[in-house]
Design a protein around this ligand. Structure first.
Ligand SMILES: Cc1cc2nc3c(=O)[nH]c(=O)nc-3n(C[C@H](O)[C@H](O)[C@H](O)COP(=O)(O)O)c2cc1C
Length: 307
């Protein structure tokens, strides 16, 4: 038997951006949905693709569409992603947009928008692939909203320099970070995060849970019990992934649901304690070379930067 849930989870290892794809019905009504299946196809002619679940309420609208717009969401548009991932009569309520080519909605403040005419439909299993010819595009270059292992993420730039030298300080105590980067606090914070994550994430994964499942369990321990909406807000994951993660955690006996309220089981508390323990052990290991006073100042600076 092919395990399609495991397949879906495996696909989640391919980190993507998130788009909201819009079109209009023949009656001129705006429709749209959240999709991460977007990809580039051809430069000349300029073609892109995405795939639409045949169960979508908007299948007919897209089948009849002459145009659609691919709105690439920016990092601060998580609420839009959630809004368009939920079937609703009025997905556009409160959304700032204008009518683009063929009437397809162009949402405000996205990272980029590709306005397309329909080039080709390809029937593919339980989805249809829509290939669009890009007629017009705008790229604002805003930081994108990303999707990885069922959760929302943001991009962290990679630095070859820091990746190659795990020790940024030479034996003589001099910094190996060149030039102005050495005093650029943003660069230093990014590199510090990258090093921390590289060691910590494999530890967290060794729990047998995905990052997003582990995050959900740890958050539930802090709150004791939450309803579905509070859970979605607290874990920064799309609703459908919250549902899937809940299924996994329920199956493992770590959480339970009663009358729409999720709470953590005894086993869940144990698992969560072990995850928190891993987190604090790793923190102790990483910060062992600093004094309590230095750590307290560091913590104060970090909290002062968060807004
Ligand atoms: C991150 C994310 C990516 C998604 N990607 C797709 C996709 O590529 N294609 C698709 O058909 N649905 C995708 N969905 C699911 C739809 O957004 C969701 O089923 C939506 O309710 C469909 O709305 P509709 O039935 O009103 O069209 C995705 C959802 C999320 C949260």
């Amino acid at each position: 038997m092919f395990d399609s849930q495991a397949f879906r989870r495996a696909l989640g290892n391919f980190a993507t951006g998130i788009t909201v794809i819009t079109t209009t019905t023949p009656e001129g009504e705006n429709v749209g949905l959240t999709a991460n299946s977007f990809n580039s196809v051809s430069l000349d002619p300029p073609l892109i693709l995405w795939s639409l679940d045949k169960r979508s309420n908007n299948l007919d609208a897209f089948n009849q569409a002459s145009h659609f717009a691919v709105n690439i969401l920016a990092a601060d548009q998580m609420d839009l992603s959630n809004q368009f991932a939920r079937p609703s009569d009025d997905k556009f309520a409160g959304v700032n947009f204008r009518a683009g080519i063929g009437g397809a909605a162009v949402l405000a403040d996205c990272a980029a928008v590709f306005e397309c005419s329909v080039h080709q439909f390809v029937d593919a299993g339980d989805h249809i692939i829509l290939i669009g010819k890009v007629e017009q595009f705008e790229a604002e270059g805003r930081a994108p909203l990303c999707y990885h292992q069922g959760g929302y993420s943001i991009v962290m730039p990679y630095s070859r320099l820091a990746a190659e030298s795990s020790e940024p300080t030479a034996p003589n105590g001099e910094s190996k970070i060149p030039g102005r980067l050495d005093t650029n606090l943003y660069y230093l914070m990014l590199q510090a995060m990258r090093s921390y994550q590289a060691d910590y994430l494999p530890l967290q994964m060794s729990s047998g849970l995905q990052t997003s499942e582990a995050r959900m369990l740890m958050i539930l321990t802090e709150h004791q019990s939450l309803d579905a909406k509070q859970l979605v807000d607290a874990v920064a994951m799309p609703e459908q992934d919250v549902r899937l993660a809940v299924e996994v955690l329920e199956r493992k006996g770590l959480i339970s649901e009663e009358n729409g309220i999720y709470s953590i089981s005894v086993q869940g508390h144990e698992k969560s304690d072990s995850l928190w323990h891993l987190a604090s052990e790793e923190q102790d290991r990483v910060f062992a070379k600093f004094s309590d006073e230095e750590i307290a100042t560091f913590s104060k600076v970090l909290k002062g930067l968060i807004n």
